[in-house]
Design a protein around this ligand. Structure first.
Ligand code: FAD
Ligand code: 2HG
Ligand code: ZN
Length: 425
């Protein structure tokens, strides 16, 4: 999504952010906070000439306690840079995304990014220990605690995690980094049906248990996308579904033994048809590339109709089949992949350019389908500009009404990322 603005400000310090917001609030000038600009719902894009406040120059790492694992940094640090930094201390960031080379930790917090290892480390609501946030009037809210336990009053930081820049500008972050695993293995498996994928998931939870760190799905149409558009190749022959399982732990022999036993069981019982295991970093990276580069591969088709939904696992792939039947003939492809271990489907349709007739086939049908299963119309990307008017498909009137009251209380002049997240009604 493209936007327009005449002003982009790149503050370096919290005081500078504070001065900018104070100035804008007094004059009722709308602003849009921007991190790495990798968001997929138009949240960081100026819609009507808002002032862009970019965190690009707020990229200082403030401290890292290698005993507790607590990292404190400015909001504009790039995720991959943070991963490199903490990994030198035998720690890892508690989340990982395909956009790690560009996205900022402040943007990750503002979107409550999920990603590839949520299954293992949980959501940012668990790992973020503290935040520093500049409020709409320029006041600095210091909640930058580094404590794991702190039950003194309302835990205000949670308000800003997933608030998409509508309640304040995140300037500082304190986050808990787990120990970096010594041993990482990746298995890439082929399944004949989606119900076999679910059997594999069940077995992986039982048999891999504490070493399971990712369980991702790629369907055959997704595999074809990376083959056709990025020239990547699959390490195994063609199947209707592929599962990427990652294990990480502290003892290579133990992990390998567990994984071998698990795979043997899957083959013997016919749950999976074929598979390969990678322990060597380049092979692991190549397999992860098939999954992580799907968003990039899709862009080669032209226009992407992007959906990111949470569904009960029993309904998970039914939505892809329903959309394929309804809109498949009008599109280049309809593909389903995602974080099946978290119940999060990424459903994408593509055409060479935007077509209203295709959009009419997709929306609101898709949102009605998801809400009919009590799912969420945005699992991890947020609502931003593109999806805000569908919020009622996943949230009650009373919940949205309270959100609006909170927004009004914290940003009475409505300068912080207007036109985003909350519906226009
Ligand atoms: P931006 O895009 O710049 O901004 C996103 C939102 O946050 C906007 O509403 C913006 O106003 C607000 N914001 C940004 N910085 C601040 C701040 N300091 N204070 C307050 N508000 C702020 N998302 C996932 O959840 N999981 C994935 O696995 C995943 N994979 C991706 C893979 C690719 C290839 C791409 C392109 C995107 C992916 N995303 C994923 C989406 C996106 O990367 C995430 O939403 C990411 O967290 C956005 O970070 P950003 O710094 O780019 O934020
Ligand atoms: C991913 O998991 C991202 O790859 C992007 O969340 C999903 O582009 C998408 O559909
Ligand atoms: Zn995702």
């Amino acid at each position: 999504m493209a936007g327009t603005s005449q002003v982009v400000l790149r503050p370096k310090t919290t005081d500078e952010v504070s001065a900018i917001l104070k100035y804008c609030n007094e004059r009722k000038i709308a602003v849009v906070p921007q991190g790495g600009n990798t968001g997929l719902v138009g949240g960081s894009v100026p819609v009507f000439d808002e002032v862009v406040i970019s965190t690009q120059l707020m990229n200082n790492i403030i401290s890292l306690d290698d005993l507790s694992g607590v990292l404190v940094c400015q909001a504009g640090c790039v995720l991959a840079t943070l991963e490199d930094h903490v990994s030198a201390y035998n720690l890892t960031m508690p989340y990982d995304l395909g956009a790690k080379g560009s996205c900022h930790i402040g943007g990750n917090i503002a979107t409550n990014a999920g990603g590839l290892r949520l299954l293992r480390y949980g959501s940012l609501h668990g790992s973020v220990l503290g935040l520093e946030v500049v409020l709409a009037n320029g006041e600095v809210l210091d909640c930058l605690s580094t404590l794991r336990k702190d039950n003194t009053g309302y835990d205000l930081k949670h308000l800003f995690i997933g608030s998409e820049g509508t309640l304040g500008v995140v300037t500082g972050v304190s986050i808990l980094c787990p120990q970096k695993p010594n041993s990482v293995n990746v298995a890439f498996l082929g399944c004949d049906s989606f119900s076999r994928v679910l059997d594999t998931f069940k077995q992986s939870k039982q048999q891999l248990a504490e070493i399971l760190s990712a369980f991702e799905l790629i369907d055959a149409a997704s595999m074809l996308t990376v083959k056709e558009n990025l020239n990547l190749s699959s390490p195994i022959e063609d199947y209707p579904f592929y599962v990427l399982i990652e294990t990480s732990g502290s003892d290579g022999n133990h992990d390998k033994e567990k994984l071998d036993r698990f795979l043997e069981h899957l083959m013997e019982t016919g749950i999976v048809e074929n598979g390969t295991v990678a322990t060597e970093p380049t092979k692991i990276q190549n397999i992860w590339g098939l999954r992580e580069r799907l968003a990039e591969a899709l862009m080669h088709d032209g226009y992407n109709y992007k959906y990111d939904v949470s569904l009960p696992l029993s309904k998970f792939y039914g939505l892809v089949e329903a959309m394929r039947e309804r809109a498949g003939a009008a599109t280049i492809r309809v593909i389903g992949y995602g974080h099946v271990g978290d119940g999060n489907l990424h459903l994408n349709l593509t055409t060479s350019e935007y077509r209203q007739d295709v959009m009419d086939l997709i929306e609101p049908y898709i949102y009605d389908w998801v809400s009919g299963c009590h799912g969420s119309i945005s699992a991890e990307h947020g609502l931003g500009f593109k999806k805000k008017d569908f919020i009622y498909h996943s949230k009650s009137k009373s919940a949205v009404s309270l959100m609006k009251k909170m927004k009004h209380l914290m940003d009475p002049n409505g300068i912080l990322n207007p036109y985003k997240m909350l519906p226009s009604d």
